[in-house]
Ligand binder design. Structure first.
Ligand SMILES: C[S@@+](CC[C@H](N)C(=O)[O-])C[C@H]1O[C@@H](n2cnc3c(N)ncnc32)[C@H](O)[C@@H]1O
Length: 242
């Protein structure tokens, strides 16, 4: 099981200082469209992510309840999180949805013998069936979207999970309001400077605070939202539908 590590005030101050310097240094960097970003990095993607979140990928399945039969994975990418899910639940029926053809091709290769439905689509728009899945999950995909946009996906997740089911998310969370605000300002500045239309997804991190994340999940209808694990900016939530 994963053991949490909460940042001390001193660590947060050092982190914020470095973040401000970094945000300044990327202010005028090229802004990449979401699928282009992942296509360009497809060869190194798995190694880079496993280096950063290796233990979270290896243990994400520990947070699920026994008897999982059907699972929706939004922004599944190459399926790094599915490795531990299949280890614990070899027969689970997975539906994975992602925008990126190159990421999904890699996932197809890895899990060719599994009962997996792969959907290439935008999860904000895809019409998920009501009361379909025992559980849903997302891993490192939702921190590129603003509060209102995220509300839409939590509402949809709530609808598509069966009564008594749950949603597990592992994602990048802002340590404080200042981080949330600074990241969002940088994002808006770069969108405006590069004349990026509102409907184009870009790969820039805009994490929300823990408080805002929980608020979104509760607004969607989830009765309880628990923080199961925290390691700096990486947080795992479990939101239950009764
Ligand atoms: C950082 S990767 C995470 C992939 C995988 N969950 C993992 O942890 O390795 C983010 C993924 O989310 C996908 N994504 C981003 N926005 C999306 C959207 N609106 N609809 C579907 N997929 C999306 C990207 O294409 C990418 O594969």
């Amino acid at each position: 099981m994963l053991k949490s590590k909460i940042q001390t005030q001193e660590e947060i101050e050092t982190y914020m200082k470095e973040l401000k310097e970094w945000l300044e240094s990327v202010k005028n960097a090229t802004t990449e469209e979401m699928t282009d970003f992942f296509t360009k990095r497809i060869n190194e993607y798995d190694n880079v992510h496993l280096t950063h979140w290796g233990k979270e990928y290896a243990h994400i399945a520990d947070f699920f309840d026994n008897g999982l039969n059907s699972l929706l994975d939004i922004g599944c990418g190459t399926g790094l999180e599915l490795e531990s899910m299949y280890k614990r639940f070899p027969k689970v029926k997975v539906t994975g949805i992602d925008l990126s053809e190159s990421m999904l091709n890699k996932l197809r290769e890895k899990y060719r013998y599994k009962d997996i439905s792969i959907i290439k689509a935008d999860y904000f728009e895809y019409p998920f069936e009501e009361n379909k899945f025992d559980a849903a999950m997302s891993f490192e995909t939702l921190h590129h979207f603003k509060y209102q946009k995220k509300q839409k996906i939590y509402n949809k997740l709530y609808q598509t999970i069966k009564n008594g089911g749950y949603y597990i998310e592992c994602d990048y969370i802002a340590c404080c309001n200042e981080e949330e605000t600074l990241c969002l300002e940088g994002y808006e500045y770069r969108r405006k400077k590069n004349n990026i239309p509102d409907d184009v997804f870009i790969h820039i991190d805009i994490p929300l605070t823990l408080e805002h994340q929980i608020e979104l999940m509760k607004n969607a209808g989830f009765q309880t939202v628990d923080v199961l694990y925290q390691n700096g900016g990486t947080v795992i939530f479990k939101a239950k539908k009764q």
